[in-house]
Design a protein around this ligand. Structure first.
Ligand SMILES: NC(=O)c1ccc[n+]([C@@H]2O[C@H](COP(=O)([O-])OP(=O)(O)OC[C@H]3O[C@@H](n4cnc5c(N)ncnc54)[C@H](O)[C@@H]3O)[C@@H](O)[C@H]2O)c1
Ligand SMILES: O=C(O)[C@H](O)CO
Length: 325
C-alpha cells in the first residue's frame, strides 16, 4: 500500500501526478487548527507532510502520530519546531539551493531600487511630476564601488557577494558565525564583527535565518551605528530587524533608506508606517517568486519527500542526525 501523506499546497500537474504515483494524497487548504480537526483521520494516518507556509508545532505533531517526514517548499524553516521533529525522529527536508540565485537577484534589485529611488521616481513620473529637468532633491546615490556588508554569509549571501563584487565593483564585508576563507579570496571579502560591519557599510544586507540568536539582531542600537547615508536591505526574515526601531530610524533620517522583502507581520498591514515612507521599497516576500524557481522548489520538495519516505535521503535534509539513528 502507498504511504498516506497530507499536501497543503497546490502543485503543478506533472508534480502532482508524480506525488500521486508514490502516495495516497489528502489535500488540505492550509495547516490551520480548523483543518487539523476537519482532517483528523488523514493526520492520524499521514506518514508524510508536504507544505509551504503554516506552523509545524507540538499540536500538529500530536495529531499525526505516524508522521515520518515533513517536506517544506522553502529554504527557511523557522515555522517548524525542528527539535520536536528530531525528538520524534521525523525527517525535515527543505529546498535551499534551487532558489539561491533568484533570492540574490531580488536583494540586488532592492539595493538598486532603494539607492537609485527607482520606485519613488517611477511614481513621480506617473503622477505627472516630470515637467523639466530633475532637481537635486530627486538625485539618488551610487551603488557601484560602495561598501556592502552582508549579514549571514551562507548560500544567498555568497550569491549576493558574487553580484556585488563582480557586477558592481563593491567592497564586501561580512559577518557570519565564522569566517569563510573561500569567500575572502573569491570576493576579496573581509570578515568583521557586527559593529564594524554596521559602522562601515553603505549597504547592510541581511540574508540570515530567523533563530533565537537572530531575533531583533538589528534594533535601535545597531541602527544608530549605521551611517546616515546607509541603506538596510532585508530578505532573510522580518523579525531579524526590530521594525519599530527601523521605522523610527527612517523617519529621523538616521539611515537613508530600506529595501525590504520580509516583515515582522506578513502580509504587511496596510496601516504600517513603512508604507508611508518614501525611502522604503517594500516587496511582498517574493525573493524566490519566479516561475522557474517556484517550479524548481516544488519539484525539489516532491523529490525530497519521496527520498525521505523511502529512506534514500542524499541532500536537503535539515536534521540528518535522524537518518543516522
Ligand atoms: N526572501 C525570501 O523569499 C527568502 C528566500 C529564501 C530564503 N530566505 C531566507 O534566507 C535565509 C538564508 O538562506 P540561505 O540559503 O542563504 O541559508 P544558509 O544556511 O546557507 O545561510 C545562512 C547563514 O547565516 C549564518 N548565520 C546563522 N545564524 C547566525 C548568527 N546568529 N550570526 C551570524 N550569522 C549567522 C549561517 O552561518 C549561514 O552562513 C533563510 O533561512 C530564509 O530565512 C528568504
Ligand atoms: O525561505 C524561503 O524559501 C522563502 O522565504 C519562502 O518562505
Amino acid at each position: 500500500m502507498k504511504p498516506a501523506i497530507i499536501l497543503s499546497k497546490t502543485l503543478p500537474d506533472d508534480l502532482r501526478q508524480r506525488l500521486d504515483a508514490h502516495f495516497n494524497v489528502t489535500d488540505i487548504d492550509g495547516l490551520t487548527p480548523e483543518n487539523l480537526d476537519k482532517y483528523a483521520h488523514a493526520f492520524q494516518q499521514a506518514e508524510g507532510l508536504l507544505k509551504s507556509g503554516g506552523q509545524v508545532d507540538a499540536t500538529l505533531l500530536a495529531a499525526a502520530p505516524r508522521l515520518r517526514a515533513v517536506s517544506t517548499i522553502s529554504a527557511g524553516y523557522d515555522n517548524v519546531d525542528v527539535e520536536a521533529l528530531t525528538q520524534r525522529e521525523i525527517v525535515l527536508m527543505h529546498t535551499p539551493t534551487v532558489l539561491t540565485e533568484t533570492v540574490a537577484d531580488i536583494m540586488m534589485a532592492l539595493v538598486l531600487a532603494s539607492a537609485r529611488r527607482v520606485v519613488e521616481l517611477a511614481e513621480f513620473v506617473r503622477a505627472n511630476g516630470w515637467d523639466g529637468s530633475i532637481s537635486p532633491e530627486l538625485f539618488a546615490i551610487d551603488v557601484h564601488h560602495k561598501k556592502m556588508g552582508i549579514l549571514g554569509m551562507g548560500r544567498i549571501g555568497m550569491a549576493l557577494a558574487q553580484r556585488a563584487h563582480f557586477g558592481f565593483s563593491m567592497d564586501i564585508l561580512y559577518h557570519a558565525r565564522k569566517p569563510h576563507s573561500e569567500v575572502d579570496s573569491r570576493y576579496k571579502a573581509r570578515y568583521t564583527d557586527l559593529e564594524t560591519l554596521l559602522r562601515e557599510s553603505d549597504f547592510v544586507c541581511i540574508s540570515l535565518p530567523l533563530t533565537e540568536q537572530t531575533y531583533h539582531l538589528i534594533g535601535r542600537d545597531q541602527l544608530a551605528m549605521m551611517k546616515k547615508s546607509a541603506i538596510l536591505i532585508n530578505a532573510g526574515r522580518g523579525p531579524v530587524v526590530d521594525e519599530s526601531a527601523l521605522i523610527e530610524a527612517l523617519k529621523q533620517g538616521a539611515i537613508y533608506a530600506a529595501g525590504l522583502d520580509v516583515f515582522e507581520e506578513e502580509p504587511l498591514p496596510m496601516n504600517s508606517a513603512l508604507l508611508s515612507l518614501p525611502n522604503v521599497v517594500a516587496l511582498p516576500h517574493v525573493g524566490s517568486a519566479t516561475h522557474e524557481t517556484r517550479y524548481g522548489m516544488a519539484r525539489d520538495a516532491v523529490d525530497n519527500l519521496i527520498a525521505a519516505l523511502s529512506g534514500k535521503v542524499e541532500k536537503n535534509c535539515v536534521n540528518p542526525q535522524v537518518l543516522k539513528s
